[in-house]
Design a protein around this ligand. Structure first.
Ligand code: MG
Length: 341
């Protein structure tokens, strides 16, 4: 069967997570090969085909090995703290500082089914753990990711509380759902705001200039995810149009998939904020023999190839129906992309 898109191989895979994240214990996707380079296509299962097609543009760019040259050979990495209880959080942060050398911690808040008290306890635990590990503020920095979970009035109050506990939040990522709400919030808080979902959700059908204007009104920092935005080159164009400082983040990638984000972080003219590629600790298995983890708080800009036996094991975790579901989805998204070009 011809795969289309110039692909030589497409291998559905599943990686077990060490901890549940985004409500799942398994990270699924398809590894794409063109010649001897690989790209990772893993749009979350609930996303529609239009979104999947944008991720596919990014994954195909990766599989074709078509990335611009970089300015740096390593990038600073932040640790990630999911919406977990304070004891677990303390352990995660202690590991991140002691083992990985990461002193910037991104904390998930506003998790469905939890309360703001849970967020307060979690941020306090992170602050205490950073202090105990010899990373007081401002070396040990905390940013929160709200994933659009708050209304403007709540966000004003809650950011003030968390900013106090964190001893100065580095920034708050997507505190409200829309760019308009964030622009309003921005006039009523001194905490810096970062736009994440606001860019991806608006990315279709809007000119870069118009989007850039709305993003600049809504935030102080721009979060870019290479593959979800349609690739490294597309992300660089958005960064250039918006003109705000950038954080590059991954999408719970395998060590193979991380390469796209690393290529983007390396290719930005100005060094980005600490990047969200610290998700290797969330995986219980990988597509490579060794998971890329930060050393002294940094990751090298390296392209890893899958280990054949790990890839085979990851393929075997999916039953044939599920693997076919991924291949059918791939075929549909290739068609969407083909219709656009
Ligand atoms: Mg985010």
């Amino acid at each position: 069967m011809s795969l289309g898109g110039g692909l030589d191989e497409a291998v559905p895979f599943a990686l077990p997570l060490a901890r549940r994240f985004r409500g799942t214990g398994l990270r699924e996707g398809v590894l794409l090969r063109v010649g001897d380079t690989w790209g990772e296509w893993a749009p979350f299962p609930e996303y529609d085909d239009a979104t999947g097609a944008r991720w596919l543009a990014g994954a195909l760019e990766a599989a074709r090995g078509d990335w611009p040259a970089g300015y740096r050979d390593s990038v600073e990495i932040n640790a990630i703290v999911p919406a977990l209880d304070p004891e677990t959080v303390t352990r995660l942060v202690t590991d991140a500082v002691a083992t990985d050398g990461c002193t910037v911690v991104k904390v998930k808040v506003a998790e469905r089914g939890q309360t703001f008290d849970d967020d307060v306890a979690r941020v306090a635990a992170v602050r205490a753990a950073l202090d105990d590990c010899g990373a007081p503020a401002p070396t040990g920095r905390i940013r929160v990711d709200v994933n659009g979970g708050w209304l403007v009035d709540d966000a004003i109050e809650r950011l003030a509380v968390l900013d106090d506990i964190a001893e100065g939040l580095e920034y708050a990522e997507q505190p409200c759902a829309t760019l308009e709400e964030m622009a309003s919030l921005r006039e009523q808080t001194h905490v810096r705001l970062a736009v994440d979902e606001g860019v991806r959700l608006a990315a279709a059908g809007e000119t870069d200039a118009r989007l850039a204007e709305r993003v600049r009104a809504a935030g102080d920092v721009l979060v870019l995810k290479a593959v979800p935005l349609g690739g490294v080159r597309r992300s660089l164009a958005i960064a250039d149009a918006v003109g705000l400082p950038v954080t590059v983040s991954g999408a719970l990638d395998s060590t193979v998939g991380l390469a796209a984000g690393l290529a983007l972080a390396a290719a930005l003219p100005d060094p980005p904020y600490a990047c969200g590629f610290g998700t290797g600790r969330l995986l219980a298995a990988d597509l490579t023999g060794e998971t890329a983890l930060p050393r002294d708080g940094r990751l090298s800009v390296v392209r890893h190839v899958p280990d054949p036996s790990r890839l085979a094991a990851a393929r075997a975790r999916l039953d044939d129906d599920r693997a076919q579901w991924w291949l059918d989805r791939l075929a549909r998204c290739l068609e969407v992309l083909g219709a656009q070009s």
